[in-house]
Ligand binder design. Sequence first.
Ligand SMILES: [Zn+2]
Ligand SMILES: [Zn+2]
Length: 363
Amino acid sequence: MLRLLPQSDAQILRGFIPNYLSPTHSSVQLHLPDAPDAKGSFVSAAVKSSASAAGINSSTRSGVLDKVKMADVATEGGKSVSRSRKPPALEVEGIGIEGISIGGHETCIMIPSMKVAFDIGRCPQRAISHDFLFISHGHMDHIGGIAMYIATRGLYKMRPPTIIVPKCIKTTVEKLLAVYRELDGSELAVNLIGMDVGEEYDMGKNFVVKAFKTYHVVPSQGYLIYAVKKKLKAEYLNLSGQEIKDLKMKGVEITDTTRTPEVAFTGDTTGEFITDEGNADVLNAKLLVMEATFLDEATSLKHARDWGHTHIFEIAELAERFQNKAILFIHFSARYSSETILDAVSKLPASLRDRVTPFLEGW
Ligand SMILES: [Zn+2]
Ligand SMILES: [Zn+2]
């Protein structure tokens, strides 16, 4: 549940109080990780006993206990820790979405049905149950929680996550993790992949992810997830099961493969990603999660560009380009109140406004 605060209070909260302690944040973030070893008991005793049952040695265990302590802090501060699974915070076009996004503070958008999280400025508890993490760029509000995410999955004996980062920052991320391994004494097992714009990775379960071009002040990229379906070719539709089997045995390709753009996530970018011809599928994805950092005249379009961000005015201007069924605006500047955000969205051209949802978790 969102609790709306007067603008000044909300701004103070966003400015000075760690997000896991903010009243608006707790209802979304402080859930149990969906971890096989946690079994709904996110309390220090249970974690300690699972650590000792697993025969974790003493040097590793001290790392474990540090993390347990941190979990306890979050539990006490959050007040409303849920011990059951909660439905996603938002559902658009049948796709459940969770997370938090405040420009400059933290962004982590999760799609539980695909087990994927996009960016991880801090590490929401719910992110831990997602096997894939796709990082758009190296700014702290998008990557700051990476080590905690990997470490907590290790703590719960979950399979090492697959993390995709822009290829040009992979070595730096490896160095960062090496430092954390030294500090923490833990393995931080991870399948870290560097990917360039245009490259793809097969996520299994009929999903493929492709990196697309975005325009920010540091190297960046967005991610587009396609649903891949195989259908029997039209000319074989009338064949019997045995005939199809025989063709298969002979090595005949009997299926057509179709790809549908399902979910696109931009990360931080100027509006130039909208007019980039290589990004046609991004504007055709069923759900587009895009940044809309600036919303009013107080910030000019030029200023937004200089800072590598999108202004809602240029989104309005390019409204007819968006073919998406649903668009989720994220990463609003922390200066805005939820009322200001809703007001700005209400002024979009009608054809676009009806498909836009501002993501207000964290506000
Ligand atoms: Zn950002
Ligand atoms: Zn950024």
